[in-house]
Design a protein around this ligand. Structure first.
Ligand code: ADP
Length: 491
């Protein structure tokens, strides 16, 4: 670490507790806080969506940006995250002050002006590089997903001195694709529309700008960094990523263990820790009651909290639901997502209401109760860049039943007979993304659940694991140090 604190700007489209649609929101809150405690001078830049402005208590005007080309006028408002990390909110009512989600309207359709919305976010972040006088100027910009992928792009095309850049990939499936004329709208050169520029199969990709021009690329688990260098998980970027393998790193996400801790969790029916696991049962009964399931301590209860998408294997859960019910198990589902999966899971609950329960919605409180109340947690993801819920599950003594992919491989130790015997097992992994393979893992979990000492060992092993941010934040800090040293102007 340098003697002067390193100045790092995190640019993100979401940050808990102000705005969160998934893991990125959690990471954008917890990683900056962990970096700050390591002495990094980190600040967070995000759009001032309506709920964000409503949530912040105190703020002050920090900068004004006049209307420019196709971008409306905007202001930068300084505030503080609950962790104490300084945040800048990009206030542009025409683009961000509206009902609906950060990326989509209430009907689930992408906002039609997303290119402008996240183009402006990237452009303002890039403009921090040319701040003068006493204004805070980052030595490194940490970009998250496609919504800030244009930061390295703007800096590259502007030329001259620039901060180091890091593109963090939380999910390569979201690529920020727009039509070619978008380049002109955003003030980027038409000449950048080439295969070794921003073109991606006939369209402009914001994410590609980050992958192409950032000094380093980081994925949120080591396994995912390997998987995306080939098909199918490269999603068309595998060639570029393999070419940049030397600058491609995998650093596993941590969890915020102040928010996700069964011993301190204010959202659950009864708090517990590894020495008081019997108290977990009260959470199970509360969850069964809350979800309208038959209250029965003897029935194994599976939980799922997820975006209901194909990526998360929502279809596999819907397929298995009748079998779960017929086999004397229960499943409690909380999620929102694709309408067809929401419908299938609702119908499964209607068909077997004592055994299958579905709540469609985003409910942070209930998510905690599912984690504490379920016996095991389902994560049948087709791919998983990192995943947080499997770590929450282990911390809550709720072993995950998960597909062996990406961050799930990096954070779960499968219950082979040997791993159960030596006390290292923390969950159940299955290979193929099929209902049959998934069911096989559920059966293995059920057999272990009926073996009380083995199950306890599994719970204890998961609860003893350190999923906190400190090791991964140190890895980021070391990488930042390496990246700021040699940055030269882009050619
Ligand atoms: P992803 O970011 O791909 O959606 P992660 O497992 O990394 O998946 O993170 C998901 C986060 O979002 C977790 O904190 C999880 O509890 C939360 N989450 C997802 N869906 C819901 C929901 N319907 N209600 C409450 N929390 C949810």
């Amino acid at each position: 670490m340098q003697s002067q604190p390193l100045r790092v700007l995190h640019v993100t489209p979401e940050c808990a507790p102000w705005v969160k649609t998934g893991g990125l929101g959690d990471v954008s809150a917890a990683l900056p806080a962990a970096l700050r405690s390591l002495g990094v001078d980190v600040r967070v830049l995000l759009p001032a969506y309506r709920p964000v402005l409503a949530a912040i208590k105190a703020h002050r005007l920090a900068a004004r940006f006049p209307a420019d080309a196709n971008f409306p006028a905007a202001e930068l408002v300084a505030a503080k995250l609950p962790s104490g990390v300084p945040a800048w909110l990009l206030d542009c009512p025409a683009l961000y002050d509206r009902e609906g989600g950060p990326y989509q309207d209430a009907s689930g359709a992408d906002w039609t002006d997303n290119a402008l919305r996240f183009g402006l976010l990237s452009r303002v972040a890039a403009s921090f590089a040319s701040r003068t006088g006493r204004a805070w100027r980052p030595q490194l910009i940490h970009c998250n997903d496609w919504q800030s992928g244009l930061v390295p792009g703007y800096l590259h095309f502007a030329g001259g001195q620039r901060p180091a850049t890091l593109q963090c990939v939380h999910n390569l499936a979201f690529q920020g694709l727009f039509s070619e004329p978008t380049l002109e709208t955003l003030g980027l050169p038409a000449s950048s529309f080439t295969a070794d520029g921003l073109e991606f199969f006939g369209r402009v990709s914001f994410l590609k700008a980050g992958l192409q021009y950032a000094d380093a690329i980081v994925t949120v688990s080591p396994r995912y960094a390997i998987e995306i260098q080939s098909e199918p998980l490269g999603f068309g970027f595998q060639g570029l990523l393999a070419k940049r393998a030397a600058e491609l790193h995998g650093i596993v996400n941590g969890i915020d263990d102040t928010v996700w801790d069964p011993a301190r969790d204010a959202f659950i029916a009864r708090r517990y820790d590894a020495s008081s696991l019997d108290a977990k049962l009260e959470n199970k009964l509360a969850l069964q009651a809350r979800m309208g399931l038959q209250r029965d301590p003897e029935t194994m209860l599976l939980g799922l909290v997820a975006r209901l998408t194909e990526q998360k294997g929502a279809d596999l859960v819907a397929q298995l639901a009748p079998r779960i019910a017929a086999s004397g198990l229960q499943v409690a589902v909380l999620g929102t997502g694709e309408r067809s999966f929401e419908r299938a899971l609702r119908e499964a609950a209607q068909a077997a209401p004592a055994s299958v329960a579905t709540v469609i919605g985003f409910d942070e409180t209930l998510a905690h109760l599912v984690m504490a109340g379920a016996d095991a947690f389902l994560m049948p993801s087709r791919f998983e860049p990192c995943g947080l819920n499997q770590m929450y599950g282990q911390r809550y003594g709720t072993p995950p039943i998960a597909r062996a992919t990406g961050g799930l491989c990096d954070t779960i130790t499968d219950s082979s007979p040997a791993a159960i015997a030596d006390g290292s097992a923390t969950g159940f992994l299955f290979g193929e993304p099929t209902a049959e393979a998934f069911w096989g893992a559920v059966e293995r979990a059920r057999a272990t659940w009926h073996d009380a000492p083995a199950w306890r060992a599994l719970q204890h092993a998961g609860m003893a694991k350190d999923f906190g941010w400190s090791a991964s934040a140190s890895k980021y800090a070391r990488l930042y140090d390496r990246l700021v040293a040699p940055v030269t102007p882009s050619s």
